[in-house]
Design a protein around this ligand. Sequence first.
Ligand SMILES: Nc1ncnc2c1ncn2[C@@H]1O[C@H](COP(=O)(O)OP(=O)(O)OP(=O)(O)O)[C@@H](O)[C@H]1O
Ligand SMILES: [Mg+2]
Length: 470
Amino acid sequence: MNERVLIVDDEPNLRKVLGAHLSREGYEVALATDGEAALQLIEKGGVDVVVTDLVMPKLDGLALLRLVVDSYPDLPVIMITAHGTIDSAVEALKLGAFDYITKPFEREELKAVIAKAARSRQLFKKNANPEADRGRYQIIGESARMLEIYSIIAKVADAPSTVLVTGESGTGKELVAGALHANSRRRDKPFIKVNCAAIPHDLLESELFGHERGAFTGAVQAKPGRFELADQGTLFLDEIGEVPVDMQVKLLRALQESEFERVGGIKTVHVDVRIVVATSRDLKKAIEAGKFREDLFYRLNVVPIFLPPLRERAEDIPLLVEHFREKYNARLGKKLMGFSQASMEKLLQYGWPGNIRELENVVERTLLFCEREVVEAADLPEQLREVPTPAQGTAALRPADVPAGKVDAKEFVEARSDEMWRELLVQKLAETQGNVTQAARLLGITRKTLQTKMKELGLREPPDADEGGD
Ligand SMILES: Nc1ncnc2c1ncn2[C@@H]1O[C@H](COP(=O)(O)OP(=O)(O)OP(=O)(O)O)[C@@H](O)[C@H]1O
Ligand SMILES: [Mg+2]
């Protein structure tokens, strides 16, 4: 089969000329007018070589190059540069471009470069090892602890054994569950996720095992549960620690015997499902407290995978920051070049209570607001620059974004991005001198909700500030 070359350029003429050249050489040609369109085509698969211009609207050539190098390291990218812009060509090569060609094209040069790239691609395809390729599943991190996790994933992905993924919130438990599925022979079969914490207790059984018609009020029709939907595939039970004890018995049986009955049904259903469960709770403690059955724990804990908190593998922070910078540059159409050393130090020093999810949010938010090319420490959100005691440091807020006084928190945040929560909370806490109760009142939410939100965002409750305020 002929190699497929994707030409990315915003100039229609250039696309036409290049395209004609390449078809004449026997290549299949695909065209895109900017980096974003190119990425979409690449994601669909089937592209063997990318030839891209440097300057384009939306996502430019270098940004596209970065993304490709990151996500498709074996897809050769050739940059088109104008004469006299050798610097950018060199930069492109440093970033991992396969080669560059200069405008106007020398036919022979073009032919040679593309042929070389196509050959390299052929070689890669021949030696491709899809298992290893899928191994990473976009999990970023090269620390010893992460390497260990990759090796466990590779070892157990294809085994039928139940895997228990633990770790603090935002450490990537769901990502690992997905990687296990993607690396298994079940990868083309369903990956079904159930968030046990999100389903009301009285609906959990029917959600998991399905129900027959008329099993309970509202059961107008028979419905298969997630176990049945996951047949032949993987069932991911997230927040397993939240399953009520009486359901745990039923779950245990389903796991042990691979069979169960639908709610209100008499027929026994058999399924072939690989089970991955996750929890950010300490199940051992839950057992002691009588909230989790020990027998179920042992049944689940066949292969434990513990994801360390980000603060214990801070060496991965720069890589993660890079990864998310590229992701959000592309997504938000930004061209942020990087983080200054001072800002990186802040990122490294911070404790990341929300782990990678928090880091991702921080990078996204920083990109969104930063108007410089390189992020300085001052551009980072409040919680990274200092412990957020509401009495100080509100200067960095964009007060214009948050109206003074009473605000309907839900409406306010819904109209904006989730990231606005932090801005909103910090601002209201500042207005009330850190009085959580009063701040909650201004926001029209309960004190408890506010505290939970603060915890999620890694905002510390100001010492003493709330005492007596109640
Ligand atoms: N190692 C990683 N590399 C890249 N992205 C990551 C990594 N770990 C986590 N993420 C990203 O961080 C976010 C949170 O990850 P995930 O949902 O898997 O965490 P979790 O442990 O399930 O959290 P929770 O307990 O709160 O459900 C996701 O957007 C995920 O893609
Ligand atoms: Mg999760």
